[in-house]
Ligand binder design. Structure first.
Ligand code: UN1
Length: 515
């Protein structure tokens, strides 16, 4: 029988990525911070075992941290533009490995092949961004209130950055953090999700060769695997900043644990993203934005569209267009480019999806497009589900909760103010969007009394943010920002410097202290 792995060259991809000993338990080779128990990685596409991975024990973690701390002393002394040049080489290397890495992302995580390549493209893009940034780590200068004094601020590396990433973006989210951290002069220790450990090993293999070629200590990029490492990172005083992507529930724990030791966090937690469909919207545009937003990545993006808030005058029309589009969705093997919807990550996610549908029904939700598990040939992994649409009220408990699955809740509004209040009326605050051709509505949505989210789009869906902007959200989304704009400032410590080049010592605030 020809398996998906054979058909799409997964073995060759793994080989190219330096992952071969799949049955003995792959680790990161020389930067071997993994001698603990073995975990297995299965593909949600066909349920096949892809590889076994050695996890990091407490001792392995310690070794990694020692390497990281040592490396920091050397790395921070390299001029930022030189560090940028090394990150440029990482980008070149990622370009070379785009195909096998994109394939592995698709096969191990279950997102479509195009989205797998898209994810690697985001990594390449953040490298380019970081290279430019390496010459732009600007601080301000101020005018001192005292004569013959100069005042300015500068940014220094913050130290070791712990990156704990989620399964849904197995490689890109790490790179948003790591590439920026590196040009800032920090070192990074990464714990990828235990659901996609091979993606982590593949990235580490790629980065490691670049560090070696440049004679830079390998501890600049450390990889630790297995869930035990998560809390070791959170509790480790040597780690100045923890960047965590995942659920609000775990994020709350990370936040408390790191705050307790006065560490910094960047939290990128749950979203509950809505699109407002105005009576002034172009419905054909809504269709692409809403359907991709809701079913792309099988609804497993933090930015996935979970709610459609539709003006009553275009409600029936929008629903009928959506129903038609949903009836044409092809569900199946994510590596096959004819399919629109791949599997959920595992059977646990399927259970959450099925339970959410039941909960919505119990609260009075009306099924518009029926969901359910897809069974039969090609769906043996038990992870494929049908995207569904449920008419619901915004206040339902289940609507207020993020379910990482392709469930779209639809609801009606009559005034734009009401629509904005509904969009904001959830505990999360990541991404939001309005489809309208009315300048008034658009500006209102973007104003201080408009969307309360970290991302607010006009005539674009809620997902697919570009790396150039700061990414993150408010309220239970955690408040962190990563990736572009000035998000780099979180990866550095700010120092205010005042220099007296005169011969007197005047005190600030005009205080006299004569001796
Ligand atoms: C995430 O789901 O954690 O905006 C990140 C997007 C992607 C990133 C999503 N660029 O959909």
């Amino acid at each position: 029988m020809i398996t998906i792995a054979d058909q799409f060259g997964i073995k060759e991809a793994l080989k190219q990525l330096g992952i071969e000993a799949i049955n003995e338990g792959t680790s990161t080779g020389e930067s071997n911070f993994a001698n603990g128990k073995i975990i297995e990685s299965y593909s949600p596409a066909d349920g096949a075992l892809i590889g076994k991975v050695k996890t990091s024990s407490k001792e392995d973690y310690e070794k990694a941290m020692e390497k990281a701390s040592e490396a920091f002393h050397e790395w921070r002394m390299i001029p930022a533009p030189k560090r940028g040049d090394i990150v440029r080489q990482m980008g070149d290397e990622l370009r070379k490995f785009k195909e096998p890495l994109g394939k592995l992302v698709s096969y191990e995580m279950g997102k479509s092949l195009q989205e797998g390549y898209g994810e690697v493209q985001e990594m390449i893009d953040i490298c380019d961004f970081a290279v430019g940034l390496s010459r732009q780590l600007y601080g301000l200068t101020m005018h001192s209130e005292r004569p013959l004094h100069r005042m300015y601020e500068q940014y220094h590396p913050i130290g070791t950055v712990g990156i704990i990433s989620a399964f849904n973006f197995p490689v890109a989210v790490w790179s948003w953090n790591a590439m920026i951290a590196w040009v800032c002069g920090d070192v990074a220790i990464w714990k990828p999700s235990s659901k996609v450990p091979l993606c982590g090993i593949a990235c580490q293999n790629i980065i490691k060769t670049v560090l070696k070629r440049n004679n830079v200590p390998e501890g600049v990029s450390c990889l630790v695997t297995g869930n035990e490492s998560g809390d070791l990172i959170n509790n480790d005083k040597r780690i100045s900043l923890v960047s965590f992507t995942g659920s609000t529930r775990i994020g709350r724990h990370v936040s408390k644990t790191v705050a307790e030791r006065f560490g910094n966090t960047i939290l990128e937690l749950g979203g509950n993203n809505a699109i407002i469909v105005s009576e002034h919207a172009d419905i054909s545009m809504v269709l692409v934005g809403a359907v991709f937003g809701a079913v792309g990545t099988a609804g497993q993006r933090c930015t996935s569209t979970r709610r459609l808030i539709i003006h009553e005058s275009v409600y029936d029309k929008t629903i009928s267009v959506l129903k038609n589009a949903y009836s044409q969705l092809q569900i199946g093997n994510p590596l096959d480019e004819n399919n629109h919807v791949g599997p959920l990550i595992d059977k646990g996610a399927v259970k959450d999806y099925l339970e959410a549908i039941e909960a919505a029904k119990k609260e009075g939700g009306k099924i518009i497009v029926e969901g359910g598990l897809v069974e039969g040939e090609g769906y043996e992994s038990g992870c494929y589900v049908r995207p569904c649409i449920i008419e619901a009220a915004n206040h339902f408990d289940i609507v207020q909760t993020e379910t990482f699955a392709p469930i779209l809740y639809v609801m009606k509004y009559s005034t734009i103010e009401e629509a904005i209040a509904m969009q904001n009326g959830v505990p999360q605050g990541l991404s939001s969007s309005i489809f309208t051709n009315s300048m008034r509505e658009m500006e209102l949505f973007l104003s201080q009394s408009g969307s309360d989210c970290g991302i607010a789009n006009v005539n674009i869906g809620t997902s697919g943010a570009e790396i150039g902007g700061a990414f993150g959200g408010e309220k239970e989304t955690g408040g962190g920002r990563e990736s572009g704009s000035d998000a780099w400032k979180a990866y550095m410590r700010r120092q205010t410097n005042t220099i007296n080049y005169g011969t007197q010592l005047p005190l600030a605030q005009g205080i006299k202290f004569d001796l």
